[in-house]
Design a protein around this ligand. Structure first.
Ligand code: ZN
Length: 165
């Protein structure tokens, strides 16, 4: 069976950047299970897998536009500590996420991640950590089957490598 929309697919993946540094890999885990055509993987990976079958191996380089987006310097922000409520201020630390307005696009909400907490201000970024990165994927398709009606209604795959409720 070839990969198409509404297929339940299990893949092994090995992801590196332009320098060959490993970003992520499934090699020590179970294969990743995902529902094809529902935005569960970045578009460049789903496009590369489309039409392929179990047992195939392929490599693809996904540019930022089809991955986690371009790095937007406007989303690297500094905020005065004053903007955070008293009870939150003591809890601020790198890695913490909060939602806020987009600096230029009105009405757009951005998820920011705190990068650094200084005495009087906080540096945060609304960029995904892989924004601007070319994603070098080595992919191995382990299994392709039709998704069940329940999986389709949930928008994800159940069982090994997928969601457990
Ligand atoms: Zn579910």
């Amino acid at each position: 069976m070839k990969i198409a929309k509404d297929c339940a697919v299990r893949i092994h993946y090995h992801l590196t950047d332009d320098e060959g540094e490993v970003i992520d890999s499934s090699s020590d885990h179970e294969p990743l299970a995902y529902l094809h055509g529902h935005g569960n993987l970045v578009p460049g990976v789903e496009n590369a897998l489309l039409g392929h079958s179990a047992g195939e191996k392929l490599s693809t380089v996904v540019p930022p536009a089809e991955g986690y987006g371009e790095h937007d310097p406007g989303l690297d922000i500094a905020l005065d500590l004053d903007v955070f409520p008293d009870e939150v201020r003591a809890e601020l630390q790198p890695g913490l996420m909060f939602k806020g307005g987009h600096p230029t696009e009105e009405e757009q909400v951005v998820s920011y991640t705190i990068v650094e907490v200084l005495e009087d201000r906080v540096h945060a970024t609304g960029n995904h950590e892989l924004a601007g990165v070319n994603l070098h994927f080595d992919l191995e398709i382990v299994e392709v089957r039709a998704a069940t009606a329940e999986e389709l209604s949930h928008g994800h795959i159940h069982g090994p490598g997928g969601h457990h409720h």
